[in-house]
Design a protein around this ligand. Structure first.
Ligand SMILES: [Cu+2]
Length: 518
């Protein structure tokens, strides 16, 4: 049995108790593949501005606002809150080492259209309902530009952030990070792509231009009138639900789209921007994906994936060659559900792109590289009825004192001990890391005796997880060890679960990178 099989990626172990929902869109009655897959437009600079060292750098202004967008030909326009006027928002195209600045004006209406739970940390009554703050997931940025969850601002206000882009080519993404409501803001549409390219990747001659296609996956509950629905618990004064998932999967903002492709190689840059859903992607014709990259850039070599697991926050960079499938229609599936259709043209075409057998060397860390090891539990706190009330990191809440203070330039092992029944995708801001291994544990030993008893051997990551990561699936009933070099900047950042309902309800902690002693 493989490590992936051994450590199930169970999730949704709890069927959340929810108040009755209004009538939902009946997907089975919707004609599939009538809308062409939209490609988010590339953001254009609004000029240049001086950066901190008075050098002029490209300046972008991306407003956060309400708009309506068609998710399907036969569904009325859907209200979104997002960046610019599309979901996903405009794609930022950046080059490694070339700084940019972005102003993110909040032009939202005052009243939120999704249900706020005022019991959650940071979402108390009296703070602006439509507050927001932007985080670029995977970016190595100074703390003041990282989107601290409490650095939100209300409508009519704005913030300008500086992005040095001092990192390797990778697919990052930007999204809301406002304390206590970021699950609602991202559900409302606040997400977009941020691509970093570099001179190492350019000469690899991977498919590019019209043959490099982003696929941003967001599942939603859609009412029969076409509007977003976010469920609430049966208790009106405490509406938080432990996970959000809908059966309508939007790809680049469309439901059941099609993409006309040529019989040649394509590079698909996949982002799971869903609140809580894990995807298990496959092509209906059994053709594998050649995975070339993960969260923080290229793998050392392509990994052949028949089924691609991708958790909230994770990215997968894959190449698919349609050359042998001229004239065919191929479905992209999530387990048994259909997500979209590729229509392969019949005419033969030249394909000057390549899929190199080796990509980018990844020097693997070993345990000996680390000077500090931290054991951090992922725990669920249940009500007497067994319903999850909250999830905690290391048993602590957001406002408990900062306990993780790595020294800049040092390397640490973080052992994520998941004693819950769910997989939690854990994301650290600022850094990239590697997965050391996963090993089964008996959660009850920890819960009742605070003891860690390992069951069986440790498994190294599969090849497609052996590159640079910024989000790791901490599998249930297992220890997942990551090894992290804290590079870039000193200051306060956060680490959290990327199931947004968990993150909004205490499954997020500050950490602080401190300067080395002189
Ligand atoms: Cu979680």
């Amino acid at each position: 049995m493989t490590a992936a099989g051994r450590f199930s990626m169970a999730q949704m172990a709890h069927t959340a108790k929810m108040a009755p929902a209004p009538p939902q869109l009946d997907l089975s009655r919707l004609t599939p593949f009538v809308d062409s897959l939209p490609i988010p437009e590339v953001a254009k600079p609004a000029g240049t501005r001086p950066n901190a060292s008075r050098r002029r750098v490209p300046f972008y202004r991306i407003p956060i606002q309400e708009f309506f967008s068609k998710i399907h030909r036969d569904v009325p326009p859907t209200r979104f809150w997002g960046y610019g006027n599309s979901v996903p928002g405009p794609t930022i195209e950046a080059r490694s080492g070339e700084e940019i600045s972005i102003e993110w004006p909040n032009r939202l209406p005052a009243k939120h259209f999704l249900p706020i739970d005022h019991n959650l940390m940071g979402a108390e009554k009296g703070v602006p309902e439509s507050r927001t703050v932007v985080h670029v997931h995977g970016a190595r940025v100074p703390p003041a530009s990282d989107g601290w969850p409490e650095a939100w601002y209300g409508p009519g206000k704005s913030a300008t952030y500086h992005y040095p882009n001092e990192q390797e080519a990778a697919l990052l993404w930007y999204h809301d990070h406002a304390m206590g409501i970021n699950r609602l803001n991202i559900c409302a549409g606040m997400a977009g792509l941020y691509v970093i390219r570099d001179s190492f990747e350019d000469p690899l001659n991977l498919p590019k231009g019209d043959y490099e296609i982003p696929l941003v996956l967001m599942d939603r509950m859609i009412q029969s009138d076409g509007q977003l629905y976010y469920p609430v618990a049966p208790t009106p004064e405490a509406p938080w639900v432990p996970e959000y998932d809908g059966d309508a999967v939007l790809i680049n903002g469309k439901l059941l789209p099609y993409l006309a492709v040529q019989p040649r190689k394509y590079r698909f840059r996949i982002l799971n921007a869903s609140n809580a859903r894990f995807y298990f992607l496959s092509l209906e014709n059994g053709q594998p994906f050649q995975q070339i990259g993960s969260d923080q850039g290229l793998l050392s070599a392509p990994a052949v994936m028949n089924r691609l697991a991708i958790a909230p926050g994770e990215r997968a960079d894959v190449v698919v060659d349609f050359a042998a499938h001229r004239g065919q229609n191929i479905l992209l599936k999530n387990l048994t559900a259909t997500l979209m259709q590729f229509r392969v043209a019949a005419e033969r075409v030249a394909d000057p792109s390549t899929l190199p057998p080796t990509l980018r060397p990844v020097r693997r860390f070993t345990e000996a590289d680390a000077t500090v090891t931290r054991r951090l539990t992922l725990m669920e706190v249940d009500s007497l009825m067994g319903d999850p009330v909250t999830h905690l990191l290391d048993g602590k809440r957001w406002h408990d004192p900062v306990s993780e203070k790595p020294v800049l330039g040092t390397t640490e092992i973080w052992e994520l001990l998941n004693v819950t029944d769910d997989a939690h995708p854990i994301h650290l801001h600022l850094v990239r890391f590697q997965i050391l291994d996963r090993r089964a544990i008996e959660p009850s030993d920890w819960i009742y005796n605070s003891k860690v008893v390992y069951r069986g051997d440790a498994f190294p990551p599969e090849p497609n997880e052996a590159g640079w990561k910024d989000t790791v699936r901490a599998t249930p009933g297992a220890s997942t060890r990551i090894i992290v070099k804290f590079e870039g900047y000193t200051g306060r950042y956060v680490w959290h679960c990327h199931i947004l309902e968990h993150e909004d309800n205490e499954m997020m902690r500050p950490y602080e990178v401190i300067a080395p002693a002189r």
